[in-house]
Design a protein around this ligand. Structure first.
Ligand code: SF4
Length: 342
């Protein structure tokens, strides 16, 4: 059966892809897809003959399927999604105390960046996701709840798959598609400066989050290999450029590692780095992963660090961890499966 990737395609593209007779049929299929109906047989305003032909030729209108679902006490739901080639990605639906539902999407199978606090980093990069595969994760999560926000904080470095991520964002925002406000979409990067600069040029008005972890160059290079290519000085320069070009306040994700980056010296260096940046530091106590050597800071350690941040007038927020018990929290996503033999 031929594989098709209809999510992200316009009605004109669907018309051509499916070799339809009439343009209005493409529009009908497009509208079903937006509703989340992916079984051609259920697209009731198509003729029976067309439904049968499409089913016989393509099977389904969606290329991926959910193969596992886990829910934790906070209501966070993690899906394992099998892609057309047998590769598996994970996506998470997070619900906050205001009932806001955020889809945490993956942009790659695995990741090449190798951040040492992150389970995905242990996988290496298998491949980039197509725009359709990114959108399909959203569709699977929306079948569970009314998604209002999107964060690219799942598996992969979104700015290393720039074109597909951008294309999916444009589709999420389309008025005749999901019409998600750009301000409700966040791209999280480990600090790929070339990607931040490209994003700045797009003037897209999405939110930006940068995983900082430490404002010490040597320590950052030890924990995040990206720092060897783009050190803190280069990162800050690109963030200042982003800010000066009208980019709104961004977050600096600070994964707190006990005994590593939560002391007075770390706070001082953070004060120097954030000086001049319109940024909020997002404090994220490290989410445990058995195979990694770090320890989650104690509440006492976190409180002491925030006291230092207060003294240095650093703006920060403490993130409440959701999804941790299903390994769906930040840095915990990883799939053992690579690509099945085909
Ligand atoms: S933190 Fe992000 S960029 Fe770093 S290894 Fe994990 S998925 Fe990749």
């Amino acid at each position: 059966m031929d594989k098709i990737f209809l999510y992200g395609a316009s009605p004109t593209e669907i018309y051509e892809e499916l070799n339809l007779d009439k343009k209005f049929q493409a529009k009908q299929i497009y509208q079903w897809l937006i509703k989340g109906v992916t079984d051609f047989n259920l697209m009731s305003n198509l003729s029976k003959a067309l439904r049968e032909r499409l089913t016989n030729e393509f099977g389904s209108a969606i290329s991926s399927k959910v193969i596992d679902t886990q829910v934790d006490d906070s209501g966070a739901t993690k899906l394992a999604i099998e892609l057309y080639d047998g590769a598996i990605v994970e996506s998470v639906l997070l619900i906050d105390k205001n009932e806001r539902m955020t889809a945490c999407l993956s942009s790659q199978v695995g990741c090449a960046m190798g951040c040492k606090f992150c389970r995905t980093g242990t996988m290496g990069l298998v491949r980039n996701l197509k725009a359709a595969e990114i959108i399909e994760q959203f569709v699977h999560l929306r079948a569970i709840g009314n998604v209002t926000h999107i964060v690219f904080m799942g598996m992969g470095e979104p700015l290393a798959n720039f074109a597909n991520v951008l294309s999916s964002i444009r589709f999420f925002h389309r008025e005749d598609a999901f019409y998600i406000s750009l301000r409700r979409i966040t791209i999280s990067t480990c600090g790929v400066v070339s990607g931040i600069n490209k994003l700045t040029e797009q003037n897209l008005n999405v939110k930006l989050a940068v995983s900082l972890v430490t404002a010490d160059n040597n320590l950052r290079s030890d924990i995040m290999p990206i720092n060897d290519s783009y050190n803190l000085e280069k990162l800050k320069k690109s963030l200042l450029h982003y800010q000066n070009k009208g980019g709104s306040r961004f977050t600096l994700e600070y994964c707190m590692l006990s005994g590593v980056n939560c002391d007075l010296q770390s706070a001082k260096k953070l004060a120097t780095f954030t000086n001049g940046l319109d940024a909020v530091v997002n404090l994220i106590p490290w989410n445990p992963a058995a195979e990694l050597p770090w320890t989650t800071p104690t509440t006492q350690e976190i409180n002491t660090f925030t006291k230092y941040l207060d003294e240095f007038h650093i703006k920060y927020a403490r993130r409440f961890t959701r999804g941790r018990s299903v390994n769906g929290a930040c840095g915990q996503l990883a799939t053992k499966s690579r690509i099945k033999e085909v």
